[in-house]
Design a protein around this ligand. Structure first.
Ligand code: ZN
Length: 57
């Protein structure tokens, strides 16, 4: 998944299976709204997605 377009991505929390749309270039940690699992961490350009990407929007 190196070639991510970097807009919004819909991810699925690996823990509670909740879907959440997050900004692909998040500059802060993104946590699941349901269980606070970290879904993405900032890494310069695109955020590193730590959960399963369902769709790039
Ligand atoms: Zn969750």
């Amino acid at each position: 998944m190196a070639d991510r377009k970097g807009k919004f991505v819909r991810v699925k929390c690996s823990k509670c299976k909740a879907s959440q749309t997050i900004f692909g270039k998040a500059s802060t940690k993104v946590r699941c709204l349901e269980c606070s699992t970290v879904l993405a961490i900032p890494s310069g350009g695109n955020a590193k997605i730590r959960s399963r990407v369902e769709e790039v929007l």
